[in-house]
Ligand binder design. Structure first.
Ligand code: SF4
Length: 180
């Protein structure tokens, strides 16, 4: 072959994304954190129908759900949520400011029963993979997620703006929706 006709062949090496090659347990802290889609559905108040609730225990936080009980999502969000960015406005201090705020980790994922079906951690744990609207598949942007209706944007009220006792008026089903 003459020098003129010589072509260099560039081979593209396909790099498989870490969430397809690693288990949740094996991910680094940075990888783990990057899985969060920022939907903020976990910042919504949830309520459990509990036959045994008394006046003293009603509206108290709980760490478990009993078989047969139903958990309902509301559109009432934590007052610390920045509803435009979908991020906590006081992320570093959140567990101090809101003592029942749960930090999701590789260690407690199995115990955190209230994550919505679309939560990336729950999806990966259940083997349902990454959804097409996830920011990691959209150049880090959240617009596909908002467009798909998978975030809380435009749908919430803050818990410092409503009487929490009026929660039955705020029960919603949209946080349970999920699409691939
Ligand atoms: S529900 Fe899951 S993916 Fe969505 S903001 Fe909360 S932790 Fe992140």
């Amino acid at each position: 072959m003459s020098k003129k006709n010589k072509r260099s062949v560039v081979k593209k090496v396909a790099i498989e994304p870490f969430w397809e090659t690693k288990s949740l347990d094996d991910m680094t802290r940075t990888e783990w954190e990057s899985l969060c889609d920022g939907c903020a559905k976990c910042c919504l108040h949830k309520f459990i129908d509990d036959e045994n609730t008394t006046d003293e225990t009603e509206l108290m936080p709980t760490t478990h759900i009993v078989e047969g009980e139903q958990m309902n999502y509301s559109n009432i969000a934590c007052y610390l949520l920045n509803d435009k960015s979908g991020q906590c406005s006081k992320y570093e201090q959140r567990t101090k400011l809101v003592p029942d705020c749960v930090q999701l980790t590789q260690e407690n994922l199995d115990d955190v029963f209230f994550m919505p079906p679309s939560c990336t951690y729950r999806r990966l744990k259940e083997g349902r993979g990454m959804p097409s609207w996830h920011p990691l598949l959209n150049k880090g942007k959240k617009s596909a997620m908002h467009k798909a209706g998978m975030s809380v944007r435009g749908k919430i009220v803050k818990d410092d703006d409503v009487d929490i006792e009026s929660f039955p008026d705020h029960i919603v089903v949209w946080p349970l929706h999920d699409i691939d």
